[in-house]
Write a protein that binds this ligand. Structure first.
Ligand code: HPA
Ligand code: ZN
Length: 325
């Protein structure tokens, strides 16, 4: 459609994208074969049939085992490069990319292998695609705060390759306060901070409040904030961006949450649209713009506003940001 080509053509930043969530079934098979690893699936159709998620937990149960095919620096490079090629087609000019080192170091893959492979793809994307990209290290919130702290310390030698830190995985009973010391240390080391406050999780509003009390620079998802006018006033005042992911929402909660997203947008909150885990949810970033537009009846100028928000909410330097605005 016309709106779809407009959405693709809009220069945009992607701010909520898990590199491990870009592992397409075809690549899963390629890497399994290259590394001589068995897969619990016999073909691509069987993999896709397993992508029948009803909530965050059932998604994560498929997601983490799948990434064990990632073993070498070349594997991490190839994964990120494939994403960046697709991102180019989706109009992405800047990307801030989550990665989950603990999901790899926990299986014996060195931190240096993970970050080195990803970094090689990022340098190549700048040179060959004209896309700038940064890495955001996410702590797995269902593991201990001590494990997160030791991962942060492991990351310090690579600080110049990592713009910030985040918090992902299973949110239930794993509030931001659990990681207070880790995020304080990260901030003292110069990292920017964002945290997932997933859709409709138990304790959602409390988690958003804790994240804001800590002083996060951004919130991932965070759509439940719509329930609390005081918290909405806080993000408005501070210009905090929310990285919403409508197609992901529709898997995890059976709704895109378009009413909530649009209501926040109309209130002037820095709402952005992103793809989260596109290989699992079946939509890259421009597809998310279109899905939301179709569901909520948004216009081309609404989509342009969302794209502008993506630069405002990005962690680009002011000089580089203003080049896109
Ligand atoms: N929420 C929590 N953990 C995740 C997500 C998410 O949206 N995507 C990948 N890991
Ligand atoms: Zn996410």
């Amino acid at each position: 459609t016309e709106l779809a080509s407009f959405a693709r053509g809009l220069p945009k930043a992607e701010l909520h994208l898990h590199l491990e969530g870009t592992l397409e079934p075809e690549m899963m098979f390629t890497l399994a074969q290259r590394n001589g690893l068995p897969l619990p699936y016999s073909d691509v159709a069987e993999v896709k049939a397993a992508y029948d998620f009803t909530d965050l937990t059932s998604f994560l149960a498929v997601y983490y085992p799948a990434m064990s095919v990632l073993q070498t620096a070349d594997d991490f490079h190839d994964l990120a490069w494939a994403y960046l090629l697709r991102a180019k087609e989706q109009g992405v000019v800047h990307a801030e990319l989550f990665f989950d080192p603990q999901a790899h170091t926990g299986r014996g893959v060195p931190f240096a292998t993970v970050v080195g492979g990803y970094r090689r793809a990022i340098v190549r994307a700048q040179a060959e695609l004209g896309i700038s990209a940064e890495l955001i290290l996410c702590f797995l919130r269902d593991l201990s705060a001590e494990h997160a702290m030791s991962t942060l310390l492991e990351a310090l030698p690579y600080r110049h390759w990592i713009v910030g830190v985040g918090l992902d995985s299973d949110e239930r009973d794993n509030p931001p306060t659990k990681f207070a010391a880790v995020f304080e240390r990260a901030r003292a080391e110069g990292f920017l901070v964002t945290m997932h406050c997933d859709i409709d999780q138990p304790g959602s509003i409390d988690h958003i409040r804790q994240a804001l009390e800590f002083g996060v620079d951004r919130i991932d998802h965070g759509t439940n904030i719509v329930e609390d006018p005081e918290l909405v006033a806080t993000v408005l005042e501070r210009g905090i961006g929310l990285t919403c992911c409508p197609v992901s929402n529709s898997f995890v909660t059976e709704q895109m949450k378009s009413d909530e997203i649009v209501s926040l947008l109309r209130s002037g909150v820095r709402v952005t649209i992103n793809s989260d885990d596109p290989a699992y949810f079946g939509g890259y970033v421009a597809d998310n713009y279109v899905a939301l537009a179709e569901q909520a009846g948004l216009s081309a100028s609404d989509l342009a506003e969302l794209a502008r928000n993506s630069f405002h909410a990005s962690w680009l330097t002011p000089a580089r940001r203003s080049a896109y605005l």
